[in-house]
Design a protein. Structure first.
Length: 164
């Protein structure tokens, strides 16, 4: 599975309250949450997001509460995946459960906002098509790729004959 898009860059320790501030937790509508995605970092951030963007982050992305709203906000905003040096574990699990790809890239170097990126989830490679740099990431195992392909854990389980 290969994802291509434009880089949006954030720093380290972006917590779930920065991804979607608590005042918006009254809804689970991804489109509504997406309109406020990352405004906890910068009130103007939602206007910078274009459908198909790839968010590039530093360490500990998604720390804080275990709210699934943060993943729904990213999806609702049109972000296709997040590449980061590391993720909070519960955030990683929530993203997988909701069919949203995360790529852990411990050796991630500088990426400029607006660079064109190509991310190969299965091979664990991120290419900065603008600069020509290639970063090794942790490849996602086949079972996680299957969950992402199905659109999340529940659709994946239904495909396998588990549940209604």
């Amino acid at each position: 599975m290969i994802i291509q898009g434009r880089a949006l860059v954030v720093g380290n320790d972006v917590d779930t309250d920065a991804i979607i501030p608590a005042r918006y937790l009254v809804t689970t509508d991804p489109a509504e949450l997406g309109r406020h995605c990352l405004e906890g970092l910068d009130p103007g951030f939602p206007e910078r997001i274009r459908p198909g963007d790839i968010l590039v982050a530093g360490e500990n992305f998604g720390c804080g509460s275990s709210r699934e709203h943060a993943v729904l906000a990213l999806k609702g905003a049109g972000i296709k995946c997040v590449v980061a040096k590391s993720f909070a574990r519960i955030f990683f699990r929530n993203a997988t459960n909701l069919g949203f790809p995360l790529v852990e890239c411990p050796g991630l170097g500088d990426v400029n906002e607006g660079d064109r990126l190509s991310v190969d989830l299965g091979k664990g490679l991120m290419r900065d098509l603008t600069s020509g740099r290639v970063f090794e990431a942790i490849p996602l195992p086949d079972f996680i790729l299957g969950i992402l392909d199905a659109g999340g854990l529940i659709p994946w389980a239904k495909r396998r004959g588990h549940g209604a």
